[in-house]
Design a protein around this ligand. Structure first.
Ligand code: S3P
Length: 188
């Protein structure tokens, strides 16, 4: 479906899930604009809640503190009729997976997994160095090192994304517009 097609107003929360660099925020913002629906970026909500950047939150309070806030903002977002970009690690906590699955099983939300290969993700992640502590927390990695780190994390997470998803979209060879169109087609 072309992303330019007219759409019904959004009637439920739509969670975009997937690994860092899969396009959840950029495509999500675009889809929300098309639908004239609110857009919520959970990473931004976490930064607002913590009063600091995610990199600083990881460095000063650690990943557990970050994950606690992530669960709070995720639970709150499930009550909003909006396009919601989650962080790539949201599925690593059982409590978060339960929130996503409960909402989608009741038909009260949609969960869309934007899937991509490690190579694609590594290329996209490297365009924004220093913002993702789990990839380049202590040092800046070269492309091969980034791809290896992505592969390692993705191997553990891929089954979790699949477990939570109502729809899966393969984004590797898709333009921004095509991904947006595919997301819109899952919402009818
Ligand atoms: C994380 C992904 C990041 C952010 C944090 C942790 C992860 O979000 O929430 O750095 O564990 O995969 P993006 O997927 O938007 O980069």
């Amino acid at each position: 479906m072309p992303a330019t097609m007219l759409m019904k107003p959004l009637s439920r929360p739509v969670f975009l899930i997937g690994f860092m660099g899969c396009g959840k925020s950029s495509v999500g913002r675009f889809v929300a604009r098309r639908l004239k629906a609110p857009f919520v970026d959970l990473d931004t909500c976490i930064e607002e809640h913590a009063g600091m950047s995610i990199a600083k939150l990881f460095a000063t309070q650690g990943e557990d503190a970050f994950r606690c806030i992530e669960t709070q903002v995720l639970a709150k977002s499930a009550r909003q009729i909006a396009i919601i970009a989650t962080g790539g690690g949201v599925v690593t906590r059982e409590q978060n997976r339960a929130i996503l699955k409960q909402a989608s099983q009741a038909g009260a939300a949609s969960v869309v997994y934007l899937r991509a290969r490690p190579e694609t993700l590594a290329t996209r992640i490297r365009r924004q160095p220093g913002v993702r502590p789990l990839i380049d927390g202590q040092s800046t990695l070269n492309h091969a090192q980034t791809a290896a780190r992505v592969q390692e994390l993705l191997a553990a997470r891929a089954p979790l994304y699949e477990e939570c998803a109502d729809s899966i979209i393969d984004t590797d060879n898709c333009s921004f517009d095509e991904i947006a169109g595919l997301i819109l087609s899952t919402l009818n």
